[in-house]
Design a protein around this ligand. Structure first.
Ligand SMILES: C[S@@+](CC[C@H](N)C(=O)[O-])C[C@H]1O[C@@H](n2cnc3c(N)ncnc32)[C@H](O)[C@@H]1O
Length: 181
């Protein structure tokens, strides 16, 4: 799938003889086939002609439009977002809607979403807002703290929510000998 950046970086084209990059690929990988698939729909536009398929014998067959649902149609595999705006102290924060659209498409409420490169926690925030559980991992303790703060704000706007909870303390000896609490 394609992630198109509506506000791509302007810049030099004439010397390089290249148009500006405005998209990234989004790979949807799954083991043993795709699991849940909750189709995102968008409003139908004026072009309602579903087009034609070419059959093996070369003749054209009018395409039925199974993707049409009422006044909406299935979203295409190019998703457009405006990048930036809120950095949260991280240099590569994803658009929240991008994370939400993937979470909603490929999981169901109550499922567990894992982001092994969670950065500022955009995936976690949108997972919680969409009724999923979340585990995030990042190599940077600074980014983990940013993510923890963003996600906690979604779980409970009260800043001392976690402090007031009677949470069990889990102790674990890590390979480096450090105690993780
Ligand atoms: C593109 S950013 C993710 C941004 C995130 N989606 C967000 O919206 O904030 C990639 C993240 O991967 C983290 N990272 C890089 N190498 C890693 C590794 N080996 N293990 C875990 N995290 C890593 C970086 O610290 C960075 O925060």
């Amino acid at each position: 799938m394609i992630y198109e950046k509506l506000n791509y970086m302007p810049g030099e084209c004439m010397r390089s003889k290249r148009y500006r990059p405005a998209f990234e690929y989004m790979f949807v990988l799954s083991k043993n086939g795709v699991g849940p698939f909750n189709l995102i729909t968008i409003p139908k536009t004026t072009n309602t002609n579903p087009g034609h398929f070419r059959k093996k014998d070369g003749s054209l067959k009018p395409a039925s439009s199974p993707a049409s649902i009422g006044d909406t149609k299935a979203a295409p595999n190019v998703w457009q977002y405006t990048v930036g705006g809120q950095s949260h102290g991280h240099p590569a924060t994803f658009p929240e809607q991008l994370a939400a659209d993937h979470i909603v498409s490929w999981s169901n409420p109550g499922d567990l979403v894992l982001d092994p490169f969670s950065g500022s926690g955009t995936t976690g925030k949108m997972a919680i807002l969409n009724g999923r559980h979340f585990i995030g991992i990042d190599i940077s303790p600074e980014y983990v703290e940013i993510a923890r703060k963003r996600i906690t704000e979604v779980i409970a706007p009260e800043p001392d929510y976690l402090a007031n909870m009677d949470l069990p303390v889990i102790q674990q000896e890590s390979a480096s000998g450090l105690t993780i609490q």
